[in-house]
Ligand binder design. Structure first.
Ligand SMILES: *Cc1c(COP(=O)(O)O)cnc(C)c1O
Length: 433
């Protein structure tokens, strides 16, 4: 398997190791696979999530990593449960938030950290991981990479656009990790990262990314679609539709890759908040360069006006196939998100986070718009306790305390503020260890 940049018409390819260690291609494009391997049907015999992940990733990595090395990585990284809960005969929720930082991003970040570390061993190289985060990515990456001797992590998060819990998670002291509050929105953070990657003065630092643009995060996420399907089979569900609360479209892209590997998925639902570029694109309201400015919402980990993985989806499938394909998308306002959060709680006694609530609303809209009665799995992307303010206020309940968050309460948050300019970032990267 090899990987080429979405911006390279000659499709010159690199190995998985190169793609993972560099993150973004040198021309600023995203790496996509030159072909998609078909998974042997015996994936259905996997008896645990790590074993399934090893089976899913083996055909992508076989040339570059032994099966034993891969199995060691998946066992260490995926040491938490990913349960599928049935809510009624046509609706289930896949809880992806039982990892250490309580969002689905732990899956990709923990896998990527261990893949990178394995590759870096023997190369005797030092890397700086530069991450723009709207909240959950940064803490998952910081947690996943903390203490790796040859890797330093620099996190950029949009000042005043993350919850207090998210900020505490991001700025918790960890060896080798530094967090900056950028005076701007998430897209400003993301622009800084992109500019840093192509800056010649920073080349010697060995910059890499850990955003969902990195294949090392993206590919492992395909695993839990297979894992959900295994559990859905036990529940007696027909091949389910997946409803994916989306921002940068990494999670959705991982699902599409799973279906291209042979998983039977009749449709995907892309559930967006008020940041509606992708639904607008599919409806031909926006064209493929028509990115939007970011709008702040309750589901802030999905506040993305210019989804970075759109270029990858577009590169993989092409615009026509995207618009005519299996993806149904919708955009949900904050008000309707709250209404749906209440409705899910009243109907099923289930407490969702705001992102997952956007997913539940999208699933209901899909049913109503299409009349399709196929079962739907909503991906629950974060633990409701990470967004306790919104959830408690909306539902009028007090959420039980969660140990992983209690441990963070303490002194004031002291992350330095960074101006949203490349010069300011370069100053920090080049002068601080
Ligand atoms: C990151 C995130 C999303 C969006 O995922 P993408 O892969 O960027 O589309 C949704 N929900 C939560 C809780 C997240 O942290």
């Amino acid at each position: 398997m090899n990987y080429y940049s979405t911006r390279d018409p000659s499709k010159q390819s690199v190995s998985f190791q190169e793609a993972v260690l560099s993150g973004l291609a040198p021309d600023g494009g995203l790496y996509v696979p030159d072909s998609i391997p078909e998974l042997s049907p015996d994936w259905q015999n996997a008896s645990s999530l790590p074993e399934l992940a090893t089976r899913v990733l083996t055909p992508w990595l076989a040339d570059e990593l032994s099966r034993d090395a891969l199995a060691a990585i998946t066992t260490d990284a995926l040491d938490f449960s990913v349960p599928l809960l049935k809510l009624d005969d046509g609706l289930a929720v896949l809880e992806l938030f039982h990892g250490p930082t309580l969002s689905f991003k732990d899956v990709g970040a923990r896998m990527m950290a261990r893949l990178m570390n394995t590759f870096l061993k023997g190369r005797r190289e030092r890397l700086t991981i530069l991450v723009a985060t709207s909240g959950d990515t940064g803490s998952a990456v910081a947690d996943g990479f903390a203490g790796q001797e040859n890797i330093r992590v620099v996190l950029l998060y949009p000042k005043s656009m993350v919850s207090e819990v998210q900020e505490r998670q991001l700025t918790a002291p960890r060896p080798g990790v530094r967090a900056y509050a950028v005076a701007g929105d998430f897209d400003a953070c993301q622009r800084l990262v992109k500019a840093a990657f192509v800056d010649p003065e920073l080349r010697d630092l060995g910059l890499s990314s850990a955003n969902s643009i990195n294949l090392g995060r993206l590919l492992p996420q395909s695993t839990y679609y297979f894992w959900a399907a295994l559990q859905a089979g036990v529940l007696g569900f027909e091949p389910p539709i997946f409803c994916v609360p989306s921002g940068n479209l990494g999670n959705l892209t991982a699902g599409i890759l799973a279906s291209r590997m042979g998983l039977e998925v009749p449709h995907f639902i892309a559930a967006h908040n008020a940041n509606d570029f992708f639904p607008g694109y599919l409806k031909s309201v926006y064209d493929h360069g028509g990115f939007r400015n970011t709008v702040p919402t309750l589901s802030n980990a999905m506040d993305v006006g210019a989804p970075s993985n759109f270029e990858r989806l577009y590169g993989l499938l092409g615009g026509d196939a995207l618009r005519e394909g299996d993806i149904w998308a919708t955009s949900v306002s904050d008000e309707v998100t709250r209404t749906r959060l209440r409705k899910v709680y009243e109907t099923y006694g289930y407490v969702a986070c705001p992102h997952t609530a956007v997913g539940f609303e999208a699933a209901a809209r899909y049913r109503e718009a299409t009349g399709d009665g196929a079962p739907i799995i909503v991906l629950a992307t974060a633990h409701p306790a990470k967004f306790a303010d919104v959830v408690e206020q909306t539902l009028g309940v007090t959420l039980p305390e969660v140990a992983a968050l209690e441990a963070l309460k303490g002194p004031d948050i002291t992350a330095p503020t960074l101006a949203p300019t490349l010069d300011a970032l370069k100053g920090e990267l080049l002068t601080k260890a």
